[in-house]
Design a protein around this ligand. Structure first.
Ligand SMILES: C[S@@+](CC[C@H](N)C(=O)[O-])C[C@H]1O[C@@H](n2cnc3c(N)ncnc32)[C@H](O)[C@@H]1O
Length: 280
C-alpha cells in the first residue's frame, strides 16, 4: 500500500466549530501524542500528523463521540509526571490520587515503602521517580502486575528500586516491616447508590468494592499496624468522600494511634494519615 506524504493538521480534523467537540479532540490529541499542552495554540504541532496518525485519530474520535472513555480508547494516561499504559480490566488512575502521592513525597525519603493494590503502578512509580525511596507493591490482579511492569519500562524506571508481586493483602506474609504503606484500596460499599454507571462500566469491580460498607481494607490494615509497619511507620490512605466520620470513630478505639485527615484540591477530605502516638 502506498501512503501519501501529505501532512495533516488540526484543521483537517476539526469538522465543526462546536466547542465541546474541539475540547474532546484536543484532549484526544494530547493523550494520543503524550503531550501536555494544547495543540490548537501551537503552530508547529499543527502540521505534524501523518496519514496513519490522521486515520487512527479519526477512528478514536468516533469512539469518543459514543461516550467511551478517552484513556481506554488511547490506552494511555498522563498521570503525575508519568506516561502510563492503560488496559481494560485494570483500574484507571484518577487525578485525585495525585494528592496522596504529594503527601508521601512531602514526608518520606530514603525509606522502604509498600503499596497495597498497585493497579497500573501509578502511585509506586510516581514515588520512585520523584524520591529516593525503595518500594514493594502488591495487587491481587495478575493483569495489574503485568501492566505495572510494562509501565515501569515505559517510564525508564527499570533500574529503580521496585518489586511488584501478585498477592492478596489478606493472605500476605511478610518477613520485614515497612517505614510507610500507601494505599488507594477498593472502598465503595456494595450497596452504594451514588456510583455512576460510567465508572461501573470502565473500572473493574475488584478495584472498586469492599466489604464492611467499603471499610474492610482500612480496618484490616489499622488492626494489623504492628504486623506491617515499623514503630515510627506511617499509613497513607486515600479514602472515599464522606468516609471521614466513620474512620475517625473507628480510629479513636486505638489509643496508641494518632491520625489526621487531609483535603484534595477541591477542598474535600480524601486522605488519611496514621502513625503511632509518641506520648506514653
Ligand atoms: C482503587 S484501585 C487502585 C489502583 C492504583 N493504586 C491507583 O490508585 O490507581 C484498587 C486496587 O486494589 C487491588 N486489590 C483489590 N483487592 C485486593 C487484595 N485483596 N489484595 C491486593 N490488592 C487488591 C485491585 O486489583 C486494584 O488494582
Amino acid at each position: 500500500m502506498i501512503f501519501n506524504k501529505k501532512k495533516y493538521s488540526w484543521n483537517d480534523l476539526v469538522l465543526n466549530k462546536d466547542l465541546s467537540y474541539q475540547n474532546k479532540l484536543n484532549l484526544l490529541l494530547i493523550t494520543y501524542f503524550e503531550k501536555d499542552h494544547f495543540f490548537y495554540f501551537d503552530k508547529k504541532e499543527q502540521k505534524l500528523f501523518s496519514i496513519i496518525d490522521y486515520l487512527i485519530i479519526k477512528q478514536k474520535l468516533q469512539k469518543l463521540n459514543k461516550q467511551r472513555d478517552l484513556n481506554l480508547i488511547c490506552h494511555k494516561k498522563n498521570f503525575y509526571n508519568l506516561s502510563l499504559k492503560i488496559k481494560k480490566g485494570v483500574f484507571i488512575p484518577q487525578y485525585d490520587t495525585e494528592g496522596l502521592i504529594d503527601l508521601v513525597l512531602e514526608n518520606e525519603d530514603n525509606k522502604k515503602g509498600l503499596e497495597i493494590g498497585v493497579g497500573t503502578g501509578a502511585i509506586t512509580l510516581a514515588i520512585i521517580k520523584n524520591s529516593n525511596n525503595i518500594m514493594d507493591g502488591i495487587d491481587i490482579s495478575k493483569k495489574a502486575i503485568k501492566l505495572t511492569k510494562l509501565n515501569q519500562n515505559k517510564n525508564n524506571l527499570t533500574k529503580a528500586r521496585i518489586n511488584f508481586f501478585k498477592k492478596d493483602l489478606f493472605k500476605l506474609k511478610i518477613n520485614q516491616k515497612y517505614d510507610f504503606i500507601v494505599a488507594n484500596p477498593p472502598y465503595v460499599a456494595f450497596n452504594d447508590l451514588f456510583l455512576t454507571t460510567e465508572v461501573k462500566k470502565i473500572q473493574p469491580k475488584k478495584a472498586l468494592f469492599a466489604a464492611e460498607n467499603g471499610f474492610l481494607f482500612y480496618k484490616y490494615l489499622i488492626k494489623n499496624f504492628d504486623k506491617f509497619l515499623n514503630e515510627d511507620g506511617t499509613f497513607y490512605f486515600e479514602i472515599g468522600i464522606k468516609q471521614e466520620l466513620y474512620l475517625k470513630k473507628y480510629l479513636l478505639q486505638f489509643k496508641n494511634l494518632t491520625f489526621y485527615f487531609a483535603k484534595d484540591l477541591n477542598n474535600i477530605v480524601r486522605f488519611l494519615i496514621i502513625k503511632k502516638s509518641k506520648e506514653k
